[in-house]
Design a protein around this ligand. Sequence first.
Ligand code: SF4
Ligand code: SF4
Length: 180
Amino acid sequence: MFLKSIFLLPSPAMTKKVVLNLRSFRQKANRNRRSFRRFLTKLEKNLPRNADQLTPVLEKQVWKEVDCLNCANCCKQMSPTYTAADIRRISIHLNMTTDAFKTKWLYKDRSGDWMNKSTPCQFLDLKTNKCNIYDVRPADCAGFPHLSKRRLKDYMHVHKQNIEFCPATYKMVEKMMEIA
Ligand code: SF4
Ligand code: SF4
């Protein structure tokens, strides 16, 4: 695929609402994840000059098309990383000690991060796709999927992981491919 030295920024008219079918998303993401990752690797090596201007524009378009309440796939298939502040805040909210909270729901992974023991997340309401601790949820959940959190170059590895789980990330990369 040929990559231009700048992205041509898309017009708002290119967005439309889509109804998300999680099962077909998973099949599509599974089929296309290699080609999407290849695209991101090429992009990483030859990043258009205006890449960091582009991501907030694309992010706005993505959120007009994707509704997290139709999805919750991150809460169903992934675990947030809990910081010490998250654990304190949520434990207080649940009227538990931090130790009891950790013992009940978390484990420490190989890099020393606190993660959920199981999926779907214990705080997800599977009927509504809403988070039962929304106001005090981990910072990682509040910012996910971090589409334009950092410079694209520094976040490519996260997008590569998330394309198979997160329809919003998938859509953003798909939009980049359309204009590259
Ligand atoms: S804490 Fe809430 S937002 Fe975070 S993974 Fe669990 S259900 Fe989802
Ligand atoms: S952030 Fe991504 S995976 Fe999570 S609910 Fe929204 S679209 Fe789905």
